[in-house]
Ligand binder design. Structure first.
Ligand SMILES: NC(=O)c1ccc[n+]([C@@H]2O[C@H](COP(=O)([O-])OP(=O)(O)OC[C@H]3O[C@@H](n4cnc5c(N)ncnc54)[C@H](OP(=O)(O)O)[C@@H]3O)[C@@H](O)[C@H]2O)c1
Length: 337
């Protein structure tokens, strides 16, 4: 049997990091780049990591666009989407038209909620996998990938409508397990395959962290995570936002969080101890004038909760303020509104 072909769609920090690890298994891994295309085509990626050392990775094929990838005519076993999730800017699922074929699994390694929906709507017969990662990776210059700490990836099938009983025999469940095995073989020790329900619980749990820390860093003019957790007023605010999410999510998902999931208090305490000065990437996006992942981190959770009859007023306040701040940042000079 031919080995699986993997396509990383949006080979920035996360995509190049995981692509380089999957490639260590001997699996062909290709990439679709954008602004880093020339640098990657010329010299591949140079990765530095406290866990995996320093190495260069030359992808099997480097494409400058989705069109270029389509022209290659490859059957992709996995298309790993690692663009920023910006549904208010573009529907990236449309770019995968003609790349997804029989047996392709689309793996969404992105933060936020609701990122899977455009893909299941567009590709109802494909396996859509949802993945949540903790990684702390960045691309300080084109083709240079810096991994800063440890890494974890949880992957599950996205099957909101079939029920737990039918899930175990669904092809997407087998694909999630196979993808996890690829990561483990590539050296990612902390990679697990989860059920749909547990993966969505992980997504909501991560929202508690991202939706409290990321907007608060931007609104407080670039505070580090530790600085926010150490400040009495800001840490009270972070804890309250986290608790708003952590108490609402179980009502929406119809089950309590697993006991091993960290509480708000625990997250704040461990953030205080990590005084590396790291800031959420949303702050970097804000500072550089790039769009922020506001819709998937704040807007979608608020809307999903509201559809079920729950309000999250602290989240709503952060969303409204940050959305308007972004509008003001981006409006043409001289605009009166
Ligand atoms: N970095 C982390 O430590 C981390 C941790 C956990 C989760 N995440 C999540 O993982 C996702 C990816 O984050 P990231 O940090 O890897 O972002 P990133 O470094 O900005 O990488 C995204 C890449 O996708 C490319 N891209 C976007 N649209 C494209 C298109 N139409 N065609 C081809 N390439 C395209 C971007 O190109 P351009 O340079 O041209 O924009 C960029 O190289 C996000 O949802 C993020 O929240 C990140």
């Amino acid at each position: 049997m031919a080995p699986p072909e993997v396509l990383i769609f949006g080979a920035g920090a996360v995509g190049a990091f995981y692509g380089s690890l999957i490639a260590k298994t001997g699996t062909p891994v290709s990439v679709v780049c954008r602004s880093n295309y020339s640098a990657v085509k010329a010299s591949g990626f140079a990765v530095t990591s406290p866990q995996y050392g320093s190495y260069t990775w030359t992808p099997t094929r480097v494409f400058s666009s989705a069109d270029a990838a389509r022209s290659a005519g490859v059957h992709w076993s996995y298309i790993v989407v690692t663009t920023k999730a910006l549904p208010d800017v573009s529907d990236d699922s449309a770019l995968l038209d003609g790349l997804v074929s029989d047996g392709t699994a689309v793996v969404l390694v992105q933060n936020g909620l609701g990122v899977e929906e455009p893909y299941t709507r567009r590709f109802p017969h494909a396996s859509v996998l949802s993945a949540v990662t903790i990684v702390s990776a960045s691309q300080p210059s084109h083709g240079k990938i810096t991994h800063n700490r440890w890494t974890r990836v949880n992957t599950g099938p996205y099957l909101p409508d079939i029920g737990a009983a039918a899930e175990s025999s669904h092809p997407a469940t087998a694909k999630a397990k196979e993808f996890t095995d690829l990561l483990v073989s590539g050296g990612v020790k902390d990679a697990s395959a989860y059920t749909h329900q547990k993966l969505q619980q992980v997504r909501w749990h991560k929202i508690a962290i991202n939706a409290s820390m990321n907007p608060s860093s931007v609104l407080s003019n670039g505070s580090s995570n530790a600085a926010m957790a150490l400040d009495p007023d800001l840490s009270a605010h972070l804890k309250a936002v986290m608790e708003e999410v952590l108490t609402t999510a179980p009502k929406i998902l119809g089950a309590p969080f697993p006991l091993e999931f960290a509480t708000a208090e625990h997250i704040i305490r461990s953030t205080r101890k990590n005084d590396s000065g790291s800031r959420p990437s949303m702050w970097g996006d804000w500072e550089s004038g790039r769009p922020m992942e506001l819709e998937v981190i704040l807007g979608n959770p608020i809307r999903i909760a509201r559809e079920k009859g729950y309000e999250m007023p602290r989240m709503q306040t952060l969303y409204a303020l940050l959305k308007m701040a972004q509008t003001n940042r981006d409006k043409p000079k001289g605009s009166k509104l």
